[in-house]
Design a protein around this ligand. Structure first.
Ligand SMILES: Nc1ncnc2c1ncn2[C@@H]1O[C@H](COP(=O)(O)OP(=O)(O)OP(=O)(O)O)[C@@H](O)[C@H]1O
Ligand SMILES: O=P(O)(O)OC[C@@]1(O)O[C@H](CO)[C@@H](O)[C@@H]1O
Length: 303
């Protein structure tokens, strides 16, 4: 079973305005509300691609209840630890450019954190755990390391989509898959903006550290894949971006779904890129039909 773990889920409140007038009353042209947080997005896309998963994490208040209801409507299993306080609301402002304001989220008590750890302790060698998104400030900074150590102890596979010190600290666990974007990759190695040649150098370095599959996404500039079998590059298909929130999470889900379906690495990578772009081109996350329409336009080249 695939488990996704979102320590700080969100209700994503997408607000479209014609033009943002700072310091004035703005009236929205359209608003949309989605269950969000990186692991939850992975679970939602996996389901659309025909793969079941269970969403883990913390949920509280009316916003937490909204997320659970929406996931149930989509027939996604969830096993959240219920916490006092309210799951955060993240504002995604569409005014030509995309601007995001992510909330802090509720404080998580140590007893609640222990309940989540107990769920991870129940994993077995057949399982995959996706650790995705930011760590709420109230949790110990090494919470991901602790959860990853439990996962590795049980020989379950780890998938990591986070950034900063949390990402750095997890590399020693030799994850099955990591998906930094090129900014996160640069931060990981303490360097500034990366050229494509430098992405290749640092991406390969991650595989040398024992990570099985590395995908480095670069928004509309496409993505690289690095692994034992191959190093690959794919241009992102061209299209009209409607909402790129969750594009990276869709890539993770796309790769996992294709890999679980036994597709060769180059095809799994193409499917992953198609899933990311299909999400960028839709209001919500991608559908299977959108991914399968787009995948034929993803050309993968071997490096
Ligand atoms: N403007 C775009 N045009 C086409 N495809 C895009 C665009 N933006 C994103 N994508 C697709 O989505 C993938 C992931 O995008 P990106 O690198 O922005 O991920 P990310 O930074 O992890 O995003 P997020 O944190 O919002 O999920 C890209 O590799 C590409 O396939
Ligand atoms: O604050 P974090 O945990 O880094 O990111 C949370 C978030 O921006 O990431 C998802 C898109 O990847 C959104 O659904 C959600 O609002």
């Amino acid at each position: 079973m695939i488990y996704t773990c979102t320590l700080n889920p969100s209700v994503d409140y997408v607000v479209h305005v014609d033009e943002l007038r700072v310091g004035e009353l703005n009236r929205a042209m359209k608003t949309l509300t989605f269950p969000g947080g990186k692991g939850i997005n992975v679970s939602r896309v996996l389901k659309r691609l025909g793969v079941d998963s269970t969403a883990l994490g913390f949920a509280g208040g009316f916003t937490g209840a909204f997320i659970e209801n929406e996931l149930r409507k989509e027939e996604i299993a969830c096993d959240f630890v219920h916490v006092p306080g309210q799951t955060r609301i993240n504002v995604k402002l569409k005014a030509g450019l995309e601007t995001e304001i992510n909330g802090q989220g509720p404080a998580i008590a140590s007893e609640d954190a222990a309940q989540l750890t107990a769920k991870i302790e129940a994993l077995s060698a057949d399982d995959v755990l996706v650790l995705a998104g930011s760590v709420p400030p109230s949790l110990p900074a090494d919470v991901y390391e602790q959860l990853a150590a439990e996962t590795v102890k049980r020989q379950a596979r780890l998938v990591i989509d986070t950034s900063g010190p949390a990402l750095r600290s997890l590399l020693a666990c030799r994850p099955f898959l990591v998906k930094p974007n090129h900014h996160e990759l640069a931060e990981l190695f303490g360097v500034s903006a990366l050229t494509k040649e430098e992405v290749v150098i640092y991406g390969r370095r991650l595989t040398e550290m024992g990570i099985c599959h590395v995908i480095v996404s670069m928004g509309g500039d496409g993505a690289f894949y690095f692994g034992k079998e191959a190093a690959l590059f794919a241009e992102a298909p061209k299209g009209t971006v409607k909402n790129s929130v969750g594009a990276g999470d869709s890539m993770v889900a796309g790769f996992l779904a294709a890999y679980a379906g036994g597709k060769p690495i180059a095809e799994a990578f193409a499917y992953s890129v198609a899933a990311g772009s299909a999400t960028a081109f839709s209001e919500d996350l991608c559908t299977k039909e959108e991914v399968e329409t787009l995948v034929g336009r993803v050309r993968v080249v071997r490096l």
